[in-house]
Design a protein around this ligand. Sequence first.
Ligand code: ATP
Length: 410
Amino acid sequence: STPATSTTTRQVKLDKESELRIEVGMEIPLRLRLLTGTAEIFGTELPPEIWLSFPPRHKFAVFTWYGATIEMDGITETDYTADETPMVSYVNVHAVLEGRRNHAKASSSTDPDSSQGPRVIVVGPTDSGKSTLSKMLLSWAAKQGWKPTFVDLDIGQGSITIPGCIAATPIEMPIDPVEGIPLEMPLVYFFGHTTPSLNVDLYKVLVKELSQILERQFAGNAESRAAGMVINTMGWIEGVGYEEKLCSMLKDVLKNKPNVDVVKLQKSGGVVSRNTKFRQKTRSYRIREYFYGLANDLSPHSNIANFSDLFVYKIGGGPQAPRSALPIGAEPAADPTRLVLVNINRDLLHLVLAVSFAKEPDQIISSNVAGFIYITDIDIQRKKITYLAPSAGELPSRFLIVGSLTWLET
Ligand code: ATP
């Protein structure tokens, strides 16, 4: 059967402190606008009367503090209103953070402790709404003129750049409900896998690198220091048991740390659970978005390079030393942060590689990345690599990093 496409425009009236929860249909975008009152999407206010277009499968809520009328045009997978939301408790957290930012701003910038604004880390199981809460806290802060830093440690479903990365970026304006986080100049480190278990040590090393750079940036920038940061994590806490214990566990671990508060927040009933297959799909869309843009508005370029022009490295794996070089009885240990020069062959096909900012190979682990390329062909005979890059011309560096991040262009 064909879906009804005729009169799909309809209005929804929202009472105060309620929200309209929407999952856009699978095929076509949904148009939506604010007719009366005021409303926001995950912390960002809607402009009055202007139609916004949400891509297929997008899941979101339009929340109103004082009441609003919303008009929709298109097909949704689901849409319903809910008047029970945890928004009041979320905005209360924002108010506390706001107080701390003001306190940090007012204090002498020579005192490193009191001039430091709030550093919030959002933890919880998968599909608890961590990314959404992070976005709200950032957008509310940006609305009040702060430029908080968003740190995304989620290598599975990151919202700053493609999967497999950890990244940070200042948020200077409330986050656009359609476009998401602006991709201007994020600080990105490439882990190369979508689950930390493939190289936990490397993950830790990269988080440390990122934090050191941010620390240095904060030291020279009182404004962003006072605004603080919101850190999103990944749902590495699996299972109901952990879910219940997480809060008390954290309280226990952090009890002797001064200036650390653990706040337990309720999960919104609107958070949509995503299964493994859906997560894989979203990852694939994120990579597509990197090259082609959200609305197919970018035109990536297919480039050809000689094998000898590029150096592809992988980090970790492989025994450190051959067994014959070790004392009798000793097992060769895999060094998780060892840099291995990879032979260019057809194994690289359909992999997404990062272009490092490193000037020398030994700087690769401690360097952030400039962007990504996608390998579309390897010609062994002619020793040529064909790859997709955001633009034509030479890459910012000849040092590439490969992990296990693949993509099938569809
Ligand atoms: P993960 O750790 O697996 O990345 P998460 O805890 O960060 O998940 P979110 O990404 O915040 O979870 O939320 C999951 C999905 O639910 C997202 O698509 C988000 O847009 C949607 N969502 C969150 N809150 C609501 C809501 N109130 N109404 C409708 N959809 C929502």
